[in-house]
Write a protein of this length. Sequence first.
Length: 316
Amino acid sequence: MDKPYVVGMDIGGTNSVFGIVDARGNILSVDSIKTQAYKEIDEYVNAVAEKLLPMIEEVGGKDKIKGMGIGAPNGNFYTGNIEFAPNLPWKGVIKLSELFEQRIGVPVTVTNDANAAAIGEMTYGAARGMKNFIEITLGTGVGSGIVINGQLVYGHDGFAGELGHVISRRHNGRQCGCGRCGCLETYCSATGVARTAKEKIDCTSEPSLLRDIEGEITSKDVYDAAIRGDKVAQEVFTFTGTILGEALADFIAFSAPEAIILFGGLTKAGDLIMKPTLEAMEANVLNIWKGKTKLLVSELKDSDAAVLGASALAWG
């Protein structure tokens, strides 16, 4: 095959991004759709295909495509399925690789979206040269990819590494989309930040720019208020970072990573989130690991990490 290409696709709780990638890791073309706009999986697959197939034709057609890699919440590397993903509109077990193979006409490999981001980070980003690290994705939910001795951890069933669903608050913990209460992602995702802000506004009379927001408060609203000096908004980030840092201290205990790399929209808050996270991590980590684990921000663009990581699956 002359100059082969692969397709990389990241299915997020809000957006789905897909692109054509060459052997050097260059994303030649990219497009996206709104994940939540399609309540039926067949409609979703068709919507992706309508945009993706012309992109494939532009590089010479399906004969030039070696395969398609997909990163998805609860994506199973072993089966090619999405299984009971709480932040996606399709419930139960979705035979994702089968559906896309039938519609696109190329081999399809599926993995967890955070695992895909970790592969991208290890190949092109902040984890280059590392053999032991954890990638934490802070988006609509909280995902993670765990790399030990240079290998992604999948476990016996393909689902290892669901650190976003580690219980971080057992007493009166928030309801999570997975059905349990107190999961880390209910506090440290973009939606978790918004929930914290709403709770603070509802439970206090303290003045805040957030009270002027019409409709639902978003994590972006909280950030905008915080950089303008809003005390309540700043407290939201301190609270969020503290919970995240406490969790990271526990994660260090099971794999002794060289680094924990944070990826996703919340990292754009900079020191507002990173400072309390690092402080809580170092305050709670076991003494033998104090000062040893780097806390880094991903060096890849928001969409690139997962798209490039997913595409790496297709090279086989």
